[in-house]
Design a binder for this molecule. Structure first.
Ligand SMILES: [Zn+2]
Length: 68
């Protein structure tokens, strides 16, 4: 049985948007703006604050082409 490695080759789906900072089409990415691990009265925790931003400027973006 032949195994074709290309058969399973696929582009990972990337979300795109239009950056409000530079106006370019960009890829939407997630960044963690949380403060990370913390300790509060002996309680250990981890603060995670995931934000969706444009990959170029890590800023706000339009979900649709604003020129259309
Ligand atoms: Zn940008």
């Amino acid at each position: 049985m032949r195994h074709d490695p290309h058969q399973y080759d696929y582009e990972p789906e990337e979300e795109v948007g239009w950056c409000k900072e530079c106006g370019e089409k960009c890829v939407i990415t997630n960044v963690d703006n949380g403060i990370g691990p913390y300790e509060f009265w002996g309680q250990k925790g981890r603060h995670i604050d995931i934000q969706t931003v444009s990959s170029c400027c890590e800023g706000d973006f339009f979900e649709y082409d604003p020129s259309e």
